[in-house]
Write a protein that binds this ligand. Sequence first.
Ligand code: NAP
Length: 507
Amino acid sequence: MTTALCVPVFVKAKLDIEEAIAEAEEALEGTAGMIELRCDAATAKGMSAALDAAHLPVIVTIRPTWEGGFSDKSDAERLALFQEAIEAGADYVDIELAAWEKSRDVRETLTDAAEKNGTRLILSNHCFGGRPADLAERVARLRAVKEAALLKIAWKAESLLDAIDALRLPQQGPPNDRRPMVALAMGEEGLLSRILARKFAAPFTFAVAQRGKESAPGQPTVDELRTRYRWDAQRPDTPLYGVAGWPVGHSLSPDIHNAGFTAINAPGVYVPLPIRPDRFAETVEALRTCPGMHLRGLSVTIPHKEAALLYALEHAAAIDDLSRHIGVVNTLAWDNTGRLSAFNSDYAGALDALVAAWDGRRETLTGKRVAVLGAGGAARAIIAGLVHHGATVVIYNRTPEKARDLAAAFAGGTGKVVAAPWDKLPQSCCDAFINCTPVGMHPHTAATPLEPITEGPCAWSADTVVFDTVYNPQMTRLLKLAKAAGATIVPGTEMFVRQAAIQFAEF
Ligand code: NAP
C-alpha cells in the first residue's frame, strides 16, 4: 500500500470550492493523493458540490468544536449530513470516537449506510492540548470498534518523543488487528510523524496545498514533503539522518543533505529533530532503538554539541583526538554494523573555507597570524583547528576571562595562542580576522563587531582575509565593510556548506 498525501479543504460558503479542490489536486499530481473535505461549516448543497468536484478519493469530516473543529451543528444535523455524504459516494467518513460511543443512532445509521454504499468508516480521536494521559486507553477504545475500517489518533506533541511514539503506535496493535492506523503528533515537535509517514507505511498523512491552509498544527505542504523531505524516495528501510538542535526549524541542513542524496541517487531522508535542552541522550536513544527508524547519522547543533560528545563517549564511539580536545562534536554517524563514530566538522569546514581564500592548502596556515573574535563553541573549534595547523591565534572576547581560558586550553600545540583585550581589536595586526560572535546576525544586521583597519602598518589589503561565521545574512555588515576596504571576504555559508559536505561524506 502506498501512503497517500491527504490535502484538507474547508468547504465554506463564499469559497469557490471547485477552485480549492483543483488547487489541491494539482498539488498532488504525480503522487498518491486524497482530499479531506472539512464540512464543519458546510451546507448540504456545498458538500454535494465539493463531492462532485473531487476526482481523488475523498474523506468527509464534520469536526465538532468539542473535538477541536469548527462545527456547531447538532448531533442530528451532523448525522444527516454524513448520511448524505455516504449516499453521494464519499469514500470515507471520519467520525469521532466520542460521538460513536455516545450514540447508538450514530453507530447504526453510519454502519448501515456505509455498508450499503461501500463507504469506509474512519474512527478518530484528537487531543489538541498535549499528550493525553490515557493515550493507551484511547487507542484500545478505537481498536474495540470493529466497524471502523481505519483508525486515527492525533495529539499535540510535547516533545520529539511523541512523534517517535506516533510512528511506533500503529505497529503495536494485536496480531489479529491489522487495520491501518494514522497516528499523528501535532505541532513542530510532532513534524517527524508526518514526514516519515511513508517510511512507516501509514495509510495516509495530511499535507496542505499552500501555507496558511492547515487544518491542524504542524502540517507541512505537499511540496515540502516531496521536495524537501524526499517523500517519493522513502521506503521502509530508508536510512534516517537529521539535525538535532533546539530550535531547529530554521536549519538549512535538511535542504542541503536531502539535495545531496537526490543528486547521488542514494537512499536517505534527512529531517529536523527539535530536541529540548537536557533531553539529547534520551531522545537519540529513542530514535536509535525505534524499530523501522534506521538512524544512521546526526548533525548536532546548539545546544547539544557537548551532550553529543558525552553520548559518544558513553557509547564507545570512535572519536578523533582533535574533536576530543575541542570538547564538542557536531556529527554522530553509525555504520551498518551499528558502530558509532563522532567528530567535529565545524573546525574542518571553517579551516577549508579560510584557506580557500589563499591557496586552498591547510599547510598555508603555518606562520599565519589569525584574530578570532569570540570565545564560544564555534571559536573553540576553529581555534583548535588553527593551532593544530600551526597558525598563531589571537583571541579577542567581550568577556576577557573566557578568552584567557581558551588560550590556556590550546597552549602548547603546534601554533601559538594568546588572549588580547577586546578594545585592542582596532590595532590588531593579523592576516585573517574571523568573527565567531553572533554580532551582525539577523535581525541585528546593522551591527558589526569590527570596523575595517584602513591606516598604518596593519591596514587591510587584498591579502587580508575577513571571515564572518554568521551566515544569516550571507553578506553581513562586516563583510560589506571589509570588501569596501579591499580585503578578501569569506561568508559563513562557505563554512556551513563545507562542514555539511564533510558530514555528508561520512554518513
Ligand atoms: P556561543 O557559544 O554562544 O558564543 C558566542 C560568543 O560571542 C561568545 O564569546 C560571546 O562573548 C560573543 N558575543 C555574543 N554577543 C556579543 C556581543 N554583542 N558583542 C561581542 N561579543 C559577543 O555561540 P557559538 O556557538 O560560538 O556561535 C557563534 C556564532 O557562530 C553564531 O552566531 C553563528 O552565526 C556562527 N556559527 C556559524 C557556523 C557556520 O557553519 N557558518 C557554525 C557554527 C556557528 P561572551 O563570552 O562575552 O559572552
